[in-house]
Design a protein around this ligand. Structure first.
Ligand SMILES: Cc1cc2nc3c(=O)[nH]c(=O)nc-3n(C[C@H](O)[C@H](O)[C@H](O)COP(=O)(O)O)c2cc1C
Length: 175
């Protein structure tokens, strides 16, 4: 199996992270991989907001939990205490903002795996749009004008491997 296929096979959504920050060179490789993703008409309508500030990730966690009405669970950390959060936003006027943003995140997850860095898509950031204070917090993120959050990914060194079941039987070949 070649290295690309090995990374695709090995990548899992990781939900427990070491507090140690990933190296800047590793972060740059991950971001570069995101930027190399295909996009409709090569618009690359994405923007990556990298957050490595623990207090801000905690604040986002508090706001997202509140917006999702899950703030009764004190121990819940929607970002799994990962040291790096990358929020992907996309130009709402692009041809396929959500699809392009998802492809960028997918590339970043595979690049992370190839560097032995764990990752997980975190959908909760979308919930920020459902409350007024969440919308105010989004303003603090300084997204480019007209951009909306597509999703986010957490990144960090893995504590525990994941073993979510994999679905088979999703292929229909017509010859
Ligand atoms: C659009 C999307 C949203 C997701 N949101 C979350 C999330 O908010 N929290 C989480 O722990 N995992 C999230 N995941 C990860 C999935 O649960 C995970 O990919 C799936 O269970 C398969 O496991 P694997 O990634 O280890 O193969 C999300 C994945 C996608 C594609």
């Amino acid at each position: 199996m070649n290295e690309v296929l090995k990374a695709i096979e090995a990548r899992r959504s990781i939900r427990a992270y070491k507090p140690e920050q990933i190296k800047d060179e590793e972060l740059n490789e991950i971001l570069r991989a995101g930027n190399l993703a295909p996009s409709a008409m090569n618009q690359k309508p994405w923007n990556f907001t990298v957050i490595q500030n623990k207090e801000l990730i905690e604040k986002l966690n508090d706001f997202c939990k509140k917006a999702m009405q899950r703030d009764n669970n004190k121990d819940l950390n929607l970002f799994y205490n990962a040291p790096t959060l990358i929020i992907v936003s996309s130009d709402a006027k692009a041809i396929a903002p959500e699809i392009d943003g998802a492809l960028a995140l997918g590339n970043m997850f595979l690049a992370a795996e190839s560097l032995e860095i764990g990752s997980c898509w975190i959908h909760a950031v979308k919930a920020l749009y459902s409350t007024e204070e969440g919308k105010e917090l989004i303003k603090e993120l300084n997204l480019p004008e007209g951009y909306s959050i597509i999703g986010s990914g957490v990144f960090g060194y893995k504590v525990a491997p994941a073993n979510t079941p994999r679905k088979e039987g999703t292929v229909n070949i017509i010859k």
